[in-house]
Design a protein. Structure first.
Lengths: 306, 296
């Protein structure tokens, strides 16, 4: 600090503490609730001294919510989205930046146009697409009256219907969320800052494009990749609307959605201790990822959005 | 933009961009076109027959009092979320920037809510604001002497989803304000201090104007967040109720399309949302990014 302002400094720390408390309060309170037996958690007001029922509640939440299975699903989905997004957009950006070909500008523009279109605004048609990936081909098939043609060939009626559904599958959970203009854009920006000399030198040494990518570009991008891993893992794990639509089978549900069933409704027992215990367990993986990779997280967040 | 030295290869660049193009076509362009065309048709709930009806769905939509109410709800909600979370984020970031000690610890304690799913944030606040068990609800009852009940009163429900949605967003805003504050040259602040400006004066005359780009950027991001990503909060906490008082536009698309099976109207609503997002993106690139730049 520049001048000595002892009173202001005290206030700074007080306000800071209050701020941290406000931010942390919902979690601290829920953690306490998760340690209490049912009769304490439904007391008004709830006691603020932790009880000894933590493990009991956690076990109950784990089995009742089928959390093992659901957290596993969430993990698969988050990992799939993270790996898929980063791979697809990294090689895409490599193609756009390091090659000169006729459709380059068209390719870039068509990806760039989807920059801000979240899945939430196009849910119904995307859902229809996922319900039958071959839907557009079926339309073409019908328009061309190919059924008649096939029947004529075979000599009897044949109904051809093309169907490839992604509902209730890991592919369906991940694939539609993989397209990301933001990641492509970020890698493009980064590749443009890589010195020209590196590429020239690699070419001089007779390296093929893929060798250059593997031996030079990939190692240089490591911090960017680490940053994106944190952001995309959290994004994938916390998805709500898409998994809600695409899964109907309870075994395929993700953890964040499954929690809904544990919230006590008006005429249930008010088992908030179990519901909040489950919520704590479900939110743990992404929180751990953010906290353990804090440096990359901050970098990723700021670079991705700017 | 492209590199000066590029590789020459016949098929490789196409192969590399192919996955991206394929996913974009199947899950962005085709659905978007499909939605656009569906919005001009009126179909029965079973999808057996559909009739081309020109702008009927849109006219219906904008004369439907429920939809107009939903627009007002969405705007109120997004302004509330943006205001609460930006103000608190800026306040905490300014304090954290002033504090000399334990900055790393402070940051750790403040950023983790970002990783909490909106739906989970909804559950936590549902408990805190529960009319019979919630401690915050009790406090509100005692302090203001009103009967707090988000299950019955639309205003209370709106406050509840605003709190649940803003809480998580505070840490997002904190990260950006912190980065913005640390980018301000120390010499500027020192020069002002030598000229006799008090810490408050320095904040309003130097820090705040220099933060305007961050400020505008965060306004846009928070509004987009409260338009779309808060779906999880609404679905777990109020499900649009009571009486449609928290039924924001995204939730209405879902309800009309997947619960009510009114495909034409849902598609028209999607198109409206898409145009809105495109408009916001355009405005952001056109004006916000260009006009509000003070640093070189």
């Amino acid at each position: 600090m520049i001048e000595k302002t002892p009173i202001l400094d005290i206030f700074t720390y007080i306000f800071l503490m209050v701020g941290i408390l406000i931010v942390g309060f919902p979690i601290i309170y829920s953690l306490i609730a998760a340690t209490l037996p049912l009769e304490d958690v439904s007391k008004v007001p709830m006691p603020l001294i932790p009880g000894d029922q933590f493990m009991v509640n956690m076990k109950e939440a784990w089995t009742r919510g089928n959390l093992g299975n659901q957290i596993f699903n969430s993990f698969i989905m988050a990992t799939g989205i993270t790996v898929g997004k980063i791979t697809v957009s990294m090689i895409g950006a490599f193609s756009i930046v390091y090659f000169d070909y006729r459709l380059r500008v068209v390719a870039f523009a068509s990806v760039f146009c989807t920059l801000m279109l979240p899945v939430e605004v196009r849910i119904l048609p995307t859902y229809e697409m996922a319900a039958n990936l071959l839907g557009p081909l079926q339309g073409l098939w019908d328009v061309l009256h190919l059924n008649g043609l096939v029947s004529w060939f075979a000599g009897h009626d044949i109904e051809v219907s093309l169907n490839w559904s992604l509902l209730d599958s890991y592919t369906g959970l991940t694939l539609p969320l993989i397209a990301s203009a933001t990641c492509t854009f970020l890698f493009r920006q980064f590749f443009l800052t890589v010195p020209e000399e590196l590429c020239e030198a690699a070419k001089m040494d007779g390296a093929s494009p893929m060798t250059f990518f593997r031996k030079i570009l990939f190692p240089l991008s490591k911090t960017n990749i680490a940053a994106l891993i944190v952001i995309e893992f959290v994004y994938g794990y916390n998805q709500y609307l898409w998994p809600l639509l695409i899964t109907t089978n309870p075994d395929m549900t993700t953890a964040v959605i499954g929690l809904q069933d544990l919230i006590p409704q008006a005429d249930d027992l008010p088992e908030w201790n179990v519901a909040l215990g489950a919520a704590m367990m479900v939110m743990l993986p992404p929180v751990l990822v953010v906290l353990s990779m804090q440096r990359w997280f901050v970098k990723g967040l700021i670079e991705k959005e700017k | 933009m492209i590199k000066r030295s590029t590789f020459k290869s016949g098929y490789l660049p196409y192969l590399l961009i192919l996955p991206q193009i394929l996913v974009t076509l199947t899950f962005f362009y085709w659905p978007a076109l499909q939605g656009l065309s569906q919005s001009f048709f009126l179909s029965d709930p079973f999808g057996r027959s559909s009739k081309f009806v020109w702008f009927y769905n849109y006219i219906e939509l904008f004369t439907d009092p429920l939809y107009l109410k939903s627009i007002v709800t969405t705007i109120t909600f997004s302004i509330a979320v943006a205001t609460v979370s930006i103000t608190l984020g800026l306040f905490i970031a300014t304090m954290a920037n002033r504090a000399l000690r334990a900055t790393a610890l402070v940051r750790t304690l403040l950023i983790w809510p970002y990783a909490v799913a909106p739906a989970i944030s909804g559950i936590l606040w549902l408990f805190l604001l529960h009319p019979s068990y919630g401690i915050v609800a009790l406090t509100i009852n005692n302090w203001f002497g009103t009967e707090w009940n988000p299950v019955l009163y639309g205003k209370d429900a709106m406050i509840m989803i605003t709190m649940a949605s803003s809480w998580k967003q505070i840490s997002y805003n904190f990260v950006f304000f912190m980065a913005g504050l640390q980018a301000i040259p120390r010499s500027l602040i020192e020069a002002a201090a030598i000229d006799g400006a008090s810490p408050f004066k320095r904040f309003w005359a130097i820090t705040f104007p220099l933060l305007t780009p961050t400020f505008f950027f965060l306004s846009v991001m928070n509004i987009i967040y409260s338009f779309f990503e808060t779906f999880g909060v609404i679905h777990t906490v109020t499900q649009g109720g009571p009486g449609g008082s928290t039924n924001i536009l995204v939730y209405k698309v879902y309800q009309d399309g997947f619960v009510g099976l009114n495909l034409g109207s849902s598609a028209a609503q999607s198109v409206v949302l898409m145009s809105l997002i495109i408009l916001i993106t355009f405005l952001q690139f056109r004006y916000v990014e260009k006009k509000v730049q003070y640093t070189g």
